[in-house]
Design a protein around this ligand. Structure first.
Ligand SMILES: NC(=O)c1ccc[n+]([C@@H]2O[C@H](COP(=O)([O-])OP(=O)(O)OC[C@H]3O[C@@H](n4cnc5c(N)ncnc54)[C@H](OP(=O)(O)O)[C@@H]3O)[C@@H](O)[C@H]2O)c1
Length: 330
């Protein structure tokens, strides 16, 4: 299986990485742990060698489920997790207010202080049941902590061998440039899908020029770019897609029309699914190192891993780009 490289580090993930947000349940209308564990194992069996999670995904739940799933197969998989978004601290920059799976109010803060990063790293290692994190990422920028302090903590963890690579997520090129004054940044994690393209010519291009990997999130636009979301699809209570603009009736029709015209024939020609073509396009796009494919169960995990076998011709790649670049945001 082809491997990619996380910047100048020696962390080498497959182009498709298992995204573990939904299996935390929070903002995804709940989750089934047994199915999630099967999904992670199916992903590894199908050749995926990396998992991306975060403490805030289900307030520790996603990391614990990942830890349980990889027990006994740690050497087959790279673990990427994050720091700096807390549900149990007052101090820091207000992120947003939300609810846990039981409907209790939760106030999230961004906190990238040294103390918090060191504490969170310990907690993540414990929940994941591992001794080293392969890629440790600042989840969101925190305006209340100087970048020098954050990078100081991360380089300390790197020197101690508790993490193997440093990443940032949702950072601008200017913020990353400042980070680089204090230590290495191996990876950036921005949002990118064929429908949400702003970062492509922005932070993704900038990182490519600076030898920093880009592992992109929500590449299937939270399921929309699988071609399986119809106007009749009802999301569970607590699923963020109930209020996401791409999931209005009008936008579902608009996007599915482009999928049917521009993508489904290509999928059929490759004996592949729309989700696989979406992911194959994403990992073939110059500047994109990996796509984080969120999967809830074994079926989705196997299908998403299968995208690594789909090789689009340059004509197919260009045709998909042209069709989707014309879709305006909601
Ligand atoms: N750094 C950040 O701020 C940030 C933000 C968001 C995400 N992320 C990371 O990126 C990962 C991926 O992003 P994401 O989970 O938001 O979105 P995504 O990967 O675009 O979509 C995931 C959702 O699509 C559906 N799906 C996945 N594979 C499918 C398939 N083969 N067929 C049909 N439906 C399928 C599933 O939901 P249903 O089955 O319920 O439809 C799944 O939960 C996350 O897990 C997380 O690791 C990071």
């Amino acid at each position: 299986m082809e491997l990619r490289q996380i910047g100048s580090s020696n962390v080498r993930p497959t182009p498709i990485v298992f995204g573990a947000w939904a299996i935390g349940g929070w903002l995804w209308g709940g989750t089934h742990d047994a199915q999630a564990i099967e999904g992670i194992n199916a992903a590894i069996d199908a050749g995926i060698n990396a998992i991306d999670t975060a403490p805030v995904y289900g307030f520790g739940h996603s990391e614990s489920v990942v830890g349980e799933a990889i027990r006994g197969r740690r050497d087959e998989v790279l673990i990427f997790t994050k720091c700096g978004v807390r549900w149990d601290l007052e101090e820091g920059q207000h992120h947003y207010d939300t609810e846990d799976a039981e409907g209790n109010p939760v106030r999230l803060v961004r906190n990238l202080s040294r103390d918090n990063i060191l504490r969170e790293c310990d907690q993540s290692l414990e929940r994941l049941g591992i001794e080293q994190i392969d890629l440790y990422q600042c989840h969101w920028p925190d305006a209340t902590t100087p970048i020098a302090e954050t990078m100081g903590a991360l380089t300390e963890l790197l020197d101690q061998g508790l993490i193997r690579a440093i990443g940032v997520s949702n950072f601008t090129p200017e913020m990353i440039e400042e980070c680089l004054r204090y230590g290495p940044v191996h990876c950036s994690q921005p949002k990118f899908s064929l429908l949400t393209r702003e970062n492509y010519d922005g932070v993704i291009a900038w990182c490519d020029e600076h030898g920093i990997a880009s592992i992109v999130y929500s590449p299937m636009e939270q399921g929309m770019l699988t071609g399986k979301v119809t106007v009749d699809r009802a999301f569970s209570a607590g699923d963020q897609r109930n209020t996401r603009p791409w999931f209005t009736r009008e936008n579902v029709v608009r996007v599915n029309t482009v999928i049917d015209d521009a993508m489904r024939p290509i999928a059929q020609a490759h004996d592949a699914t729309v989700a696989q073509v979406t992911l194959a396009w994403t990992i073939a796009a110059p500047g994109i190192t990996c796509a984080l494919a969120g999967s809830r169960n074994a079926e989705q995990a196997r299908e998403n891993a299968g995208a690594m076998q789909v090789e689009l011709s340059s004509e197919e790649f260009a045709a998909i780009r042209e069709a989707f670049w014309q879709i305006e945001g909601p």
